[in-house]
Ligand binder design. Sequence first.
Ligand code: CA
Length: 188
Amino acid sequence: MKKFFVLGLLALSAMVFGAENLIKNGDFSQVTADGKPANWTTWPAKMAPGVKVEIDKNTGHNDDQSVAITNPAKKYYTRIDQLNIPVKPNTKYMIRAYIKGMNLEHSKKCGSARIFVGADGIVNKTIAIAGPGIERAKMKAVDPWSFDWTEFKTTFNSRKNTKVGLTIYLHFTQGTIWVDDVELVEVK
Ligand SMILES: [Ca+2]
């Protein structure tokens, strides 16, 4: 009985929320042999000592696993990218991720932690942006800034794009962010 109820709920949410998540390994459950999140590219490819992008098997949003990005000083800029994500042109999408932050210390011109969607399958030209770096004032951030798992999302129109690029980053900011349950879905 309970099983049927759960299946019914799943079917219902699929109908209500519709679309498939276009992000691969958005829950960071899949890990490569060298301990990196599968389907994500870390940038820069060669990281300075103390800069880390790693799967944390003890911290997650809906489970106990996520990716952690650590900058040991304010001068570092570290990203995880997923590029060339196919989308339908002129269509509304939602980008969402859950982010947790610990001991963030910001430099003057930093972007802090952000979720960025770019045109043409890459991450140069902004289509959409969200995240702690956008909501710092609203969240009354004071350094060193720590916050528990928080939902960050925005909607955007894909305009002429047939593919977009996604990056989630910690920009000229010291500290650690955890990222989980990244979702890019078509919305009405
Ligand atoms: Ca997870």
